[in-house]
Write a protein of this length. Structure first.
Length: 293
């Protein structure tokens, strides 16, 4: 993923302070622990420019956070999924309102190999077999006759949970996988192992000695590389949107914060938190949802 430049970060740091005009506002955000770092960065930047707005950010199981939102004990749920039917009914029964679900970022998993590896594309089916350990030799998926070593990110990035929840079905990543807390260490491990395969966040600038594999949603579909365009146009398969969820249409400072998170400045902060920023179309869709009447 392209990094935020020092110049852009400096622009954010010196942004002028605009004091909120409707008094002191405290907003409570709860939900997916993997989104906490991003939400903390967003709220810190917003508070820096709007000192009358303050926030608490808490990691919690998504069902618990949505229950708190329905009960009026949270103002925003940070979530890697949309609300379920029973949750929609519970909010309607208690308040008569509908959820407003606004995408704020995209979580993307990249599959990386050593440049000498002849494998350039994998189906999700074959990827599942490799990561689960069912396939142990590259020749089983058209590669060299060599054992496969799996590398990945540990629980600090939530990428493993993302892959297991969205793409592994009933299988899990093999216990033999060697995991790392940071992308840099993961990339270095794959770059030094011609038989390695890794799963992690996408940041090609970290190490030129790795290559990302294109992914096929099914055996009959075309393989798609994780380019910026393919991710923003929803063509690359290993992605999921991340949401801010509101109980009813947000107003006042709550709505202004949501709109700011979708702004160019807010999306730079999303990128700095190692998530993929939204494309223009998704940002406009989010703004429309916030402004709906």
């Amino acid at each position: 993923m392209k990094r935020v430049s020092t110049v852009l970060v400096s622009i954010l740091l010196i942004a002028s302070v605009a004091v909120a005009q409707d008094g002191f506002t405290k907003m409570r955000i709860a939900g997916s622990p993997s989104m906490v770092p991003c939400s903390e960065r967003l709220t810190a930047w917003y508070h820096n420019n709007h000192p009358n707005a303050s926030f608490t950010v808490e990691g919690a199981a998504i069902p618990k956070a949505i229950a708190a939102l329905i009960a009026g004990k949270a103002d925003i749920v940070q979530s890697s999924r949309k609300v379920l039917g029973g949750e929609v009914g519970a909010l309607r029964e208690k308040t008569g309102k509908k959820f407003v679900q606004v995408p704020v970022a995209t979580e993307v998993a990249g599959i990386l190999v050593h440049p000498a590896n002849p494998i350039r594309e994998l189906s999700i089916f074959d990827l599942r077999r490799i990561l689960s350990g069912a396939v142990k030799n590259w020749k089983q998926v058209g590669g060299n006759d060599a054992p496969i070593q799996i590398y990945g990110r540990n629980e600090s990035s939530d990428i493993r949970e993302f892959i297991e929840e969205e793409f592994m079905g009933d299988a899990s990543v093999a216990a033999s996988a060697i995991t790392f807390p940071k992308n840099a260490a993961l990339y270095a491990a794959v770059a030094s192992d011609k038989n390695g395969i890794g799963y992690g966040s996408i940041n090609p600038e970290l190490n030129p000695n790795i290559r990302f594999v294109a992914i096929k949603a099914s055996a009959s579909e075309a393989a798609v590389a994780p380019t910026t365009e393919n991710i923003r146009e929803h063509r690359y398969p290993l992605v999921r949107p991340l949401y801010f969820i509101f109980a009813g249409e947000p107003s006042g400072e709550l709505r202004r914060f949501g709109e700011w998170a979708l702004s160019g400045q807010g999306q730079l902060v999303v990128e700095a938190a190692e998530l993929w920023p939204l494309g223009p179309a998704d940002r406009e869709q989010g703004k429309t949802l916030l402004a709906a009447r």
